[in-house]
Write a protein that binds this ligand. Structure first.
Ligand SMILES: [Zn+2]
Length: 289
């Protein structure tokens, strides 16, 4: 084969982009297959040849939670792996490896983004959202201050729902958009249906229930705090503890992704803290995890 022909066949120019690791699988004797979410090129699947060799140029680069800058040659055939050429570390995040709660939260964020982008389509804002979430966990684990991992994760999940266009109705009725006060006798709890898209006014709760749609109730303070976090609004007072927010966000997200990430199981091992009759405030951090 002539040199010109070979160059022609390999003619796709290399791409350089920021990336976060979603999956990493050993391949053959010494290579790695990595799935990454990139800043502007969507989800990309690459082979890092010889990554496991002692003198590999990828040594120490392809680590979890870090922001990378990768250069790769896209595959000629859609669906085939591109070839990673070089990789550089842009931002190391060691925090999550030092704190189990932060580690699990970071792992869950990555698994959720992996699930949400599996089909190939990546909604705008996903990369930035994951990067910010990992930053917050890293800061918290490094400084020992800042919000608990459960709250960081709950906030991430509520914003991911918004990025994916799956945001639940939290303050108004999902059907009519009118205010949705608690129905009679449901002290502090609003009608809510995951299937119907969120909070419901008493009229639509009754109508949907009559049609066989599953309608339950959720504490109003959890829904209000979730709305504040999803919208980036700061609340003056501390209401609705993080575990209950996470229960709510995680169950809603799992329903829509039609899958429960393995790492969510750690957070959802306890019974739903938002079910009727559950203690309004779980003892914080007392539960073994
Ligand atoms: Zn309504």
């Amino acid at each position: 084969m002539s040199r010109a022909r070979r160059t022609g066949r390999r003619g796709r120019p290399p791409v350089t982009d920021g990336a976060l690791l979603l999956r990493r699988t050993p391949y053959g004797e010494s290579s790695l297959v990595v799935h990454v979410l990139t800043r502007s090129s969507g989800r990309v699947e690459l082979i890092a040849k010889g990554a496991h060799r002692p003198k590999s140029r990828f040594c120490g680069v392809l680590d979890w939670f870090d922001t990378l800058s990768l250069e790769w040659t896209p595959s000629r055939t859609p669906g085939e792996l591109g070839t990673l050429r070089t990789g550089q570390l842009m931002r190391r995040r060691r925090g999550p490896t030092r704190d189990l709660g932060a580690y699990r939260a970071a792992q869950t964020m990555i698994e959720l983004v992996d699930l949400a982008t599996r089909a190939g389509a990546v909604e705008q804002g996903t990369f930035e959202l994951l990067e910010r979430g990992l930053d917050a966990l890293d800061r918290g684990a490094t400084s020992g201050a800042g919000p608990a991992p459960a709250l960081v994760l709950a906030t991430f999940e509520l914003r991911l729902l918004r990025v994916l266009g799956l945001e639940p109705a939290l303050e108004r009725c999902a059907v009519c958009g009118e205010p949705a006060p608690p129905p009679d006798g449901a002290q502090g709890r609003a009608a809510f249906s995951t299937q119907a898209g969120g909070r419901l006014c008493p009229k639509h709760a009754a109508e949907l229930h009559a049609q066989g749609v599953r309608v339950g109730t959720l504490p109003v303070d959890v829904l209000e705090r979730a709305a504040e976090l999803a919208g980036g609004r700061k609340s003056g007072e501390k209401r609705a503890d993080p575990e209950r927010l996470l229960d709510f966000a995680a169950r809603f997200l799992d329903h829509h992704l039609e899958s429960r990430p393995r790492s969510h199981a750690h957070f959802l091992a306890a019974p739903d803290r938002n079910r009727r009759g559950a203690a309004p405030t779980a003892p914080p951090r007392a539960r073994p995890r």
